[in-house]
Design a protein around this ligand. Structure first.
Ligand SMILES: C[S@@+](CC[C@H](N)C(=O)[O-])C[C@H]1O[C@@H](n2cnc3c(N)ncnc32)[C@H](O)[C@@H]1O
Length: 263
């Protein structure tokens, strides 16, 4: 879906970029980002920990599980190291497809198309709410071999899909297209640790559409899959023994993360 850049309303990719200290954001993104930060002061720590979770997961999947194909939906504005930089650092033959629906991310897509010659990267301008359009996309089919394991990365994106858009159906459709031995990687903002006023503020739609979910609601996304240890935990805690200690608390991040194998 191609929509023109609208600088007057906050967009998730640009607000996330602002929290990460990037420059690709507008006043509306900064205002929304500051309002959320005022009510949830650890938001910048939370987004940094979400990125670190992403890095550790790719190192684990590429380095330990032998995954060589990644479908990263809700990529965000390129932030180094990007998925392909980590995966191809482990095996230059790794193949990565990036998908996002934000026109600003599209304008930066060149930074994602810097594959090693042995591997491949592609960028697809598409919406998570159209899983069949993604699965049928020519660049997706050309880049990924769906007869071999694929890691489906849905990192900090499904919380932008409200119930009326059928998030469980969307994730189920994508996971259903993956062969056994594939993985679902997911992180998702939760209401479990947030003040009721902030939960209500986000639910009002003032910061754009989205839906915080409880741990039980997160667990439904990985139902029927084989959760890797340590299961559903704060992104700061997922296999983080080598990270600086003590780790931020689950309340500091308010983002759950998990990795699950497709049986
Ligand atoms: C918070 S950022 C996360 C970026 C990256 N996955 C990470 O965790 O560092 C969310 C991204 O999802 C994208 N996004 C939101 N809704 C989407 C949708 N319906 N389809 C595709 N991308 C979407 C936004 O444009 C943004 O780039």
């Amino acid at each position: 879906m191609n929509v023109p850049v609208d600088a007057s309303v906050a967009h998730p990719a640009r607000r996330y970029d602002y929290w990460l200290g990037g420059k690709d954001n507008f006043a509306a993104d900064r205002e929304s980002g500051d309002a959320i930060a005022a009510a949830f002061p650890t938001i910048r720590l939370s987004v940094l920990e979400n990125r670190r979770f992403l890095h550790r997961v790719i190192r684990h999947l590429a380095g330990v599980e032998g995954v060589r194909q990644f479908l990263d939906i809700g990529t965000g504005i390129p932030t180094r190291p990007n998925v392909h930089e980590i995966a191809q650092g482990i095996d230059p033959a790794a193949r990565i497809v990036y998908v996002d629906n934000d026109p600003v991310v599209l304008t930066h897509a060149r930074a994602l198309l810097t594959s090693s010659p042995e591997g491949a990267t592609a960028y697809v301008d598409a919406d998570l709410r159209q899983p069949d359009r993604i699965l049928g996309d020519a660049a997706v089919r050309r880049t990924l071999d769906f007869s071999r394991p694929v890691a489906l990365m849905l990192v900090a994106v499904v919380h932008f899909i409200p119930e009326e858009d059928d998030p469980y159906g969307i994730v189920g459709r994508l996971v259903g297209a993956l062969p056994p031995g594939s993985f679902l990687v997911m992180s998702h903002a939760t209401s479990d640790y947030l003040a009721p006023e902030l939960v209500a503020d986000i639910a009002s739609g003032r910061h754009g559409q989205g839906r915080l979910r409880t741990r039980a609601e997160f667990a439904r996304f990985v139902d029927g899959l084989e959760l890797l240890a340590p299961g559903i935990v704060s992104v700061a805690e997922w296999r983080a023994d080598q990270e600086p200690q003590p780790r931020p608390t689950a309340a500091d991040t308010a983002v759950y993360g998990a990795v699950a194998r497709v049986p």
